[in-house]
Design a protein around this ligand. Sequence first.
Ligand code: ADP
Ligand code: MG
Length: 239
Amino acid sequence: NVEITQLRERLNISVRCGSIPPPILSFSSCNLPTKLLHNIESIGFELPTPVQMQAMPAALDGGSLLVAAETGSGKTASYLIPIITHCTNSSNDELSKRKPLAMVLTPTRELCVQVEEEAKLLGKGLPFKTALVIGGDAMAGQVYRIQQGVELIVGTPGRLVDMLTKHDEIELDSISIFVVDEVDCMLQRGFRDQVMELFRAVPCSQVLMFSATISADVEKMAHSMAKSLAIVFVGKPNK
Ligand code: ADP
Ligand code: MG
């Protein structure tokens, strides 16, 4: 389709492998829950950034993605908005019986804190609770919070592996979205095996991976986690 190709060119978006929906030009054209749309406005996001224009509809469509876009381009909301939409639409009603529906891995505690903060802002007023699983805080409190009922777990690979080894009572069988943020950084820090261990512990049907740069190693890991993967580049190539 010529129009879609031209639109992507104008937005500096290129898509490799797989077929994904066209970019959306406004948050309101994504069929998001009304309350979520309202929260996006309250935060002050008027227009989606280019990565959000392409990654959001693709993620909402349910496919697995590897997205490359520079730091500061708005990658966080591009996966949090589809996660919150999925959680809102699923019937995870009774609080005490809620099970996690999505897991987000980031390489550092600080990033996890930032991602959880943004998730809380976007999910305000919705049946959407989050748990942070990072070092530095008592694990018991983190386990307790998950057992009380949350939709999203945000954590670092090391701490999550540690927690799941010690607490096999934590049920992950409802997780369908698995996000690996800063894949390049994960690999540089030697977290590959832990990420893969978590991936294998979760029966996810959709893997969303984000990276500032894409190397052969990043692509290899992404392909190993998703049978059918679309690769999206946004902005000027990094190399
Ligand atoms: P990345 O993960 O790509 O480095 P972030 O998701 O951290 O980028 O976003 C960078 C900054 O841009 C954050 O402060 C975030 O709040 C802001 N931001 C994200 N999306 C939008 C938007 N649609 N409109 C305005 N600001 C945005
Ligand atoms: Mg980021």
